[in-house]
Structure formats: C-alpha cells, structure tokens
Design a protein around this ligand. Structure first.
Ligand code: DGY
Length: 337
C-alpha cells in the first residue's frame, strides 16, 4: 500500500494557484470561505494535520495543538504572529514561521499615508463635505498639523519603521526612533534617524508612529501616562497591533484635544472598534489594511507556502525555512486581537 502523504490544513481561502504548490508534497484541506474559526474548530482541523498555513485571525495555542500529535509546522501569513503561542509550539517541537520583508514597503506606504491623513484631517474633512456642511471656502477651515519640517517619532524601528523613516526624508522631517537596541550606524545614516530614549520620543515627536511587535511585555505601551507625556497637539498612528494602545485613554486624549489626531489601522478587539473611538471626529479608522495590496498579499502567501514546505522538510530549502519564529524572537502568548 502506498504511504500516505503528509496532511496540510489551509485555514482561510488565500490564492488557489499559490496554495496549489503545496499539493506537490501534501494532501491539502482547504477552507472554502473566510471563516472565524472557533478554538474547537481549529483543534479539530489540526487533529490529523502535519502542517498548517494560517492567518492572524487563527489563534494557535496550547489548547489547539493538544490533540494534534502529528503537527510539525505552522506557517503564519503575516509578519505579526501574536496569534501563535510560539512558546507552546516550540515546546512541542513545532516550527512556526512568519512573512517578514515582503510587506515592508506596502505597509510603510500605508503608515505614512495614515499619519498624513490624520494630521491633515483628510477623512474628517471629507465627512464634513459629504454631510453638506461646506458653505464655501473658509480661511480657518480644517486647519491641520504640519508634516514637512516636523518631528516624526517611530516606536519600533524594524524594517517597516525604517521604511517609514526613509519616506520622511522626502518631507524634510526630523526622524527620531526608539528601539530596545540602537540600529547600526550605517542603518541610522540611511534612515537619517536618531535613537532617543522612550521618554524623549514621546516628548519630542509631533507625529508618533507605532510599528513594534505586540508582546505581553508591551501591552498598552501607550497608556494614559504615555499619552500625557506626548507633545500637546501631536498625532498618534498605529499600524502594528491594537493591544499596544489603551484605546479608552486615547479617546480621552483626542476628545480633550491634548492630541490633535490619531490614525488607527488596528484595534484591540478587532473587528469591534471601541465606540469611544468612533465617537471622535479627529481619528482616521481603517480596517487593518496596511499590507493590503494584491501583489503584497500574494507575496505573503507565496512566502508562507515556501516556509511551510521547507519547515516540513520538502523542496529546495528542506529543513531550512527562511523565517522561523521562536520564543527568543519575541513571540509570547498574548490574547488574539
Ligand atoms: C501582519 O502581517 O502582521 C499584518 O498585520 C497583516 O498583514
């Protein structure tokens, strides 16, 4: 009898032509429609799976893998991987991977656009116009915050943060950043960015952009205290994960006018958005789309497929997936947002 092939579960419909590459080595079970899988459904899908291709909506933790004795690899389609409990996966010897690099420029484009939209009140002005409230050009209408010549602060200076810093050069911005560790001199020079302590970043930035990974340690890193330390009239943009920000405290700061505006692509309770935020006129809200362009989304799936194939010991890079994530790379179980 022919030996059965390893089984792979694809948790969401992605791109059939790219998913089809898995069929060279594996029996593939696909999810036909976008599905909000309950934990029990994920556990059931993994029960006889050797590998899985998942997205950030699919939380894989100790409970989901407890009944999955054959599982060897989980490839996440996304650079953020807080949906994976990588410590629990590593403890079972299951390889986890993510998709860095391929979404850097698209996400940096979006982060910059969101920051500009918030600062220049673009969606607020559009809603005002669509509501029929524009009675004619007005000298004092919709005055926004300056971008050119202002100070951009980047919290989390990985690849996407560096991409945003490079874009800021074209706007003549002064760029500050904070990371646990300083970047090499050559990278700082290339980004024209200066490392500062976190407190200085908060105090000096006219526009603060969050691009750091979400871990248990930085849950609500922007809380009421941090917001109070920000420059009065500054803007805050978050394209990383919603759990980085205390949304209630942010809504208070926006409503009090302490912050001029915010741009938010991510939310703590996604897809729910805190009504205190939707009530604020000075916040631009987008539904987690920073990496959403067709070429980038395809590149993410392609890379995740390559990672899964390699992690499962097949293909040209057998045993050497390019993007493994481990507890040491920062993955720590946090609630899925
Ligand atoms: C990611 O990759 O982590 C984004 O949030 C989704 O593209």
């Amino acid at each position: 009898m022919a030996e059965s092939r390893p089984k792979v579960w694809v948790s969401q419909p992605l791109y059939e032509d790219l998913e089809a590459r898995l069929e060279q080595w594996f029996d593939v079970t696909r999810t036909a429609q976008v599905t909000d899988h309950a934990p029990a459904a994920i556990a059931a899908a993994l029960a006889d799976a050797d590998g899985a291709l998942v997205t950030l909506n699919d939380r894989i933790g100790a409970a989901e893998i407890a009944g999955a004795p054959r599982l060897r690899a989980v490839a996440n389609v996304g650079v953020g991987y807080n949906n994976l409990d990588v410590a629990a996966l590593a403890a079972r010897g299951i390889v986890a991977t993510n998709t860095p690099g391929v979404l850097t420029e698209t996400t940096a484009d979006f982060g910059f656009a969101l920051m500009m939209a918030a600062a220049r009140r673009i969606t607020e002005a559009e809603h005002w116009l669509r509501d029929g409230r524009w009675q004619g050009w007005g000298f004092h209408q919709m005055l926004g915050a300056e971008i050119h010549g202002s100070t951009l602060g980047i919290l989390g200076m990985g690849r996407i943060g560096q991409g945003i810093a490079r874009r800021a050069r074209g706007f003549g911005m002064r760029v500050l950043y904070h990371n646990r560790s300083r970047l090499p001199d050559a990278v700082e020079r290339d980004c024209a960015a200066t490392w500062v302590a976190r407190e200085s970043l908060l105090a000096e930035s006219d526009h603060l952009v969050l691009v750091l990974p979400y871990t248990a340690a930085n849950h609500h890193v922007i809380d009421a205290v941090a917001l109070a330390r920000m420059k009065p009239g500054a803007t805050l943009t978050n394209i990383a994960r919603g759990g980085l920000v205390d949304e209630g405290a942010l809504a208070d700061a926006l409503q009090a006018g302490r912050l001029a505006a915010a741009g938010l692509d991510v939310f703590e309770g996604e897809p729910a958005v805190d009504p205190r935020l939707t009530a604020c006129r000075n916040v631009v809200l987008t539904p987690h789309i920073a990496s959403a362009s067709l070429p980038t989304r395809r590149a993410m799936v392609s890379l995740a497929v390559d990672n899964l194939v390699a992690a499962m010991g097949q293909g040209p890079d057998a045993g050497r997936p390019s993007d493994p994530v481990t507890p040491q790379t920062g993955g720590k179980a946090v609630p899925l947002q």
